[in-house]
Design a protein around this ligand. Structure first.
Ligand SMILES: NC(=O)c1ccc[n+]([C@@H]2O[C@H](COP(=O)([O-])OP(=O)(O)OC[C@H]3O[C@@H](n4cnc5c(N)ncnc54)[C@H](O)[C@@H]3O)[C@@H](O)[C@H]2O)c1
Ligand SMILES: O=P(O)(O)OC[C@H](O)CO
Length: 384
């Protein structure tokens, strides 16, 4: 098993001190979830009006606006927490969109004490544009390999609104360091919220990022008026494509059959509650991306992730026609009907080929994590 030389403080029996970076839909949903189980929760927001309103009324004026939050949550900000504050935390959870993570982590890194590290949890679902970096790689770049190996990722079919409504939900929780994944699972596990642990953080975070691209495709198909056969085709062929891309990054192909893979792909491709599906649906109805982004009011990570994915599939020579079509619609102005026609006119091909072996992105990650190619087998066949 791959482990880090650092691990976080021992888990307190109860009343963990948790700081959540991000007070959007998911950050505030997780604050509510953890606040419900008697933790002391601090929720960092950039928006001063949100902080003031929240601390007065225990309501978030911008996201999940109808929800009454537990009294145990305090909103903090807009400055990021300092060293003294972080030293008191058992858990630091990042719930901000991927494209802003690097800048915020660079600041936080200087306030982390390796001898008194909180449990570090990441829930964002995206790939960084420009670098094609996964969250794991952003963590290595900003905080170093030991912290990256101790970081824990949570992903799976989990709409914020349904979690705060206590709908039965399950997620995958993964880290290279088993004890860290276990601590995160213990923290989140509740009767309406099951956590399954695993040792493939690359697969867990990547499946969460990639499903957003196929959710845009599925929404587009529904917006154009196509029905169930077409959606099932997009979900299944999307799973084949994302498994190939994920394997190139060093993920285990099996991870894509789990909650963070097919579970979240199915959820997001089939529900108008998904922001990514909604972007696709509105494109299918003829709106421009610019109009949609102006009025969505929330992040749809798939829009930027599609740009990163296009570069990756080009570089690695991976055949991913659906992701390519989404890119052409989003960034080259291709008409959605033409994109569908072209996809359907592709020549017959083999349904299932073995995914390619791990490629450049996996080797780059291994090097940054201080591992060599003999560790690749552990990455792709995690024992945890
Ligand atoms: N909403 C969900 O149901 C859900 C579920 C699972 C995972 N996620 C993932 O969680 C992440 C956050 O999503 P969300 O739904 O909370 O988004 P959101 O659109 O609801 O909120 C975005 C948050 O990002 C903050 N933000 C904007 N610019 C920033 C910057 N420059 N620096 C720091 N923070 C900035 C905003 O203040 C806000 O708190 C995404 O990666 C998303 O894919 C969301
Ligand atoms: O609203 P979306 O499309 O960002 O999806 C939210 C979550 O990722 C669902 O698991």
């Amino acid at each position: 098993m791959i482990t880090s030389t650092v691990s976080s403080k021992p888990q307190p029996a109860s009343n963990s001190k948790v700081c959540i970076i991000g007070a959007g839909n998911f950050g505030s949903c997780l604050a509510s979830h953890l606040g419900d189980s008697e933790n002391d929760v601090f929720m960092w927001a950039r928006e001063v009006e949100l902080i003031n309103h929240f601390n007065l009324h225990h309501r978030n004026p911008l996201y999940l606006t109808e929800h009454d939050f537990p009294q145990s949550i305090t909103a903090i900000g807009p400055e990021l927490p300092d060293k003294e504050f972080i030293a008191k935390m058992d858990v630091l959870l990042f719930a901000i969109p991927t494209q802003f993570l690097r800048t915020n982590l660079k600041y936080i890194r200087d306030n982390l004490d390796l001898n008194n590290l909180p449990l570090l949890i990441f829930v964002n679902k995206g790939i960084e544009v420009g670098t094609h970096a996964l969250t794991l790689e952003i963590i290595v770049d900003t905080c170093g390999p030991e912290i990256a190996k101790a970081a824990t990722f949570i992903s799976g079919p989990s709409f914020a609104k349904e979690i705060v409504d206590r709908q039965p939900t399950s997620v995958s929780v993964a880290s290279f360091t088993e004890s860290e994944a276990q601590k995160a699972a213990n923290l989140f596990h509740q009767p309406h919220f099951r956590c399954y642990t695993g040792g493939d953080p690359i697969g867990i975070e990547l499946s969460g990022a990639l499903k957003n691209v196929y959710a845009i495709a599925s929404g587009m198909s529904d917006g154009l008026g196509f029905q169930n056969n077409t959606r099932a085709m997009i979900i299944t062929r999307g799973l084949a494509e994302l498994t190939c891309i994920g394997t190139a990054y060093g993920a285990s192909p099996l991870t894509f059959l789990g909650l963070s893979g097919v579970g979240d792909l199915f959820l997001t491709c089939s529900s108008s509650n998904s922001r990514n599906y909604t972007v696709g649906y509105r494109l299918g109805k003829g709106e421009s991306l610019e109009e949609i982004m102006k009025t969505l009011g929330s992040v749809a990570e798939g829009v930027s992730t599609t740009k990163a994915v296009k570069k990756v599939i080009e570089e690695l020579g991976i055949n991913a026609p659906i992701a390519t079509a989404v890119y052409e619609v989003l960034y080259e102005g291709k008409d959605t009907k033409v994109a569908v026609r072209e996809l359907m006119e592709l020549p017959p091909s083999r349904e299932l080929d073995l995914p390619p072996t791990a490629g450049g992105p996996a080797r780059r990650l291994l090097t940054k994590l201080g591992m060599d190619s003999s560790d690749l087998d552990l990455l792709m066949h995690p024992r945890l």
